[in-house]
Write a protein that binds this ligand. Sequence first.
Ligand code: NDP
Length: 480
Amino acid sequence: MNSIQNYINGEFVSSKNDECIDNFNPATNEKIATIPRSSSQDIQNAVDACNLSKSSWSKLSITERAEWLDKIADELEKRFEEISKLESIDTGKPISLSRNVDATRSVNNFRFFADLARNMENKKFEMKDAINNIVNKPVGIAGLITPWNLPLYLLSWKVAPALVMGNCIIAKPSELTPITANLLAEVIHKLGLPKGVFNLIHGYGNECGQALVSHPEINLISFTGGTKTGKIVAKTAAPMFKKISLELGGKNATIILKDADLNSHIDNIVRSSFLNQGQVCLCGSRILVHESIYSSFLELFKQSVSSMKIGDPLDENTQLGSLISNEHLEKVDNYVKLAIEEGGEILYGGQRPNFNNNFAEGAFYEPTIIVGLDYKSRTATEEIFGPVVTIHKFNEIEEAIQIANSTNYGLAASIWTQDATLGGDIAEKLDTGMVWINCWLHRDLRVPFGGVKNSGLGREGGLYSLNFFSELQNICTMND
Ligand code: NDP
C-alpha cells in the first residue's frame, strides 16, 4: 500500500491537518493508497513556495525550460511500464490502453511542448513608422485541476506548457486517481527541478480544489472535469479576473451516412463508443444512423460489441475494464433504468457482468446499446460518461444535424461517409469544437482542443496552450 504525500517546495509532506483519504482499485475494491486530505493551509504553503521561486524560474530562457521538459520526458519514459500498470490499477482501465494512450501521451506531451516552445517565434507587425513586437510573458502561478479518466495524460497536457512558459504550478489531481501524479512528482524531485516550481496537492475537490481556485494569488486556472464543477470554478474565478480554461463534458454524436463503409470502420466506431469504458469526454454516445442502413448497422455493431473482452484490467487481451468506482457505476446504471422508463429498448448489455473471482465486487458494467429512444430524451442528451450508447435513425441530412445539435454540450462529433466534401459541409454545421471524418480521436497535438456551449471555454493544444499559459504583451517601438 502506497502512502502518498503532497509535494510542496521540493519536499514530500503530509497535509497540515494530518488527515487522509483512502484510494481504491476499482476493479477489485482493494485499498491501494492513502492520500492527504489537504485544505486551504496546504494551498497557502504551495502558493508561498511558488512566490519564492517564480522570479528565478521565469528568468530562465524558453530553451532552458524546454530542456527540463525533455529531461522529465526521458525519466517518464524509463518508467513507462510502471506508469501503465499503476494507471490500470488506479482507474480500472485495460493495460493495453494505459500503454498505448496514457503512458505514451504523457511522455509525448512533454516532448511535444518542449519542441514547440523552442521553435516558437515572437510575432512582429511592421508599420510605416514603427514595429510591434509581441512577447509571451509568464502568467505567474498556475492552478491545474484534472479528472480521473486520463490521469497523467491530462495532467501532463497542462504541466508541460505551463512550465515551459515560465509559470510555477500547483496541481490538484482527482482524489480518485492520485498515483501517477505522485509518480510525476517523484520524477521531478529526482531530476532536481528548482524547488517550488512544481507543487502537487491531493484531496477533495470541494476542499483543496475550491481553495486553489479561490486563492487570489493564483493567476490562472486550467480545469478539466464535469460541467457542473466547471460552473463552480468559473463562478469562483471570474470576479478575480483569473485566466481560465474549462474543458468540460460532452454528449457527442456519431453520424453514419448511408454511403459509410461500415466494414472498414466498424471497429473504429465501436472504439469511439466504448474506449476506456466510455469514460472519455470525446466518446460518441449518440449514434445517428441513416435509416436505409439502420438494420445492417445494428447487426454489425451488436456483433462487434458482443465480442469485446471484459474483465481483468491487467490482462493484455482485455478490451473493457472496470468503471472508476461503484458509485459511478450506480449513476450509469440509473441512466439505463431511466432509458427503459423513457421507452428505450436494451439491445445489448444493461447490467453488471457476473464474475466469481476477485473482480466480483469491481465496478464492471457491460457495454450497453439502447435503441428506440426519442433523441430529445434525457438518456440521449445528458452525459452518462460510461459504456452506454443510444442509437437513433435519421432520413435527411438536415435531420441528422439537428439531432446532433440538440444537446447543451458541444465538444466533438464524428461523421462516417465516403463523400469527404459532404462530410466537411456537415462538420461546419455542427455546434462542436472538434469533428472527425472517418476517424475518431486521431490527435495532432498542434490543433486546438476544446468545446462550445456547456462543453467548455477556451482552447488548449499546440500554440493555443502556449498562449493560454502566458500573457501576451505588445511592445510598439517608433522607428528612428
Ligand atoms: P469533476 O468535475 O467531478 O472533477 C474534476 C476535478 O475537479 C477533480 O480533480 C475534482 O476533485 C475537482 N473538483 C471538484 N469540485 C471542485 C471545486 N469546487 N473546485 C475545484 N475543483 C473541484 O469531474 P470528474 O473527475 O468526475 O471527471 C469526469 C468529467 O470530466 C466528465 O464530465 C468528462 O466529460 C470531463 N472531461 C472533460 C474532458 C475535456 O477535455 N473536455 C476530458 C476528460 C474529462 P475530486 O475528484 O477530488 O473531487
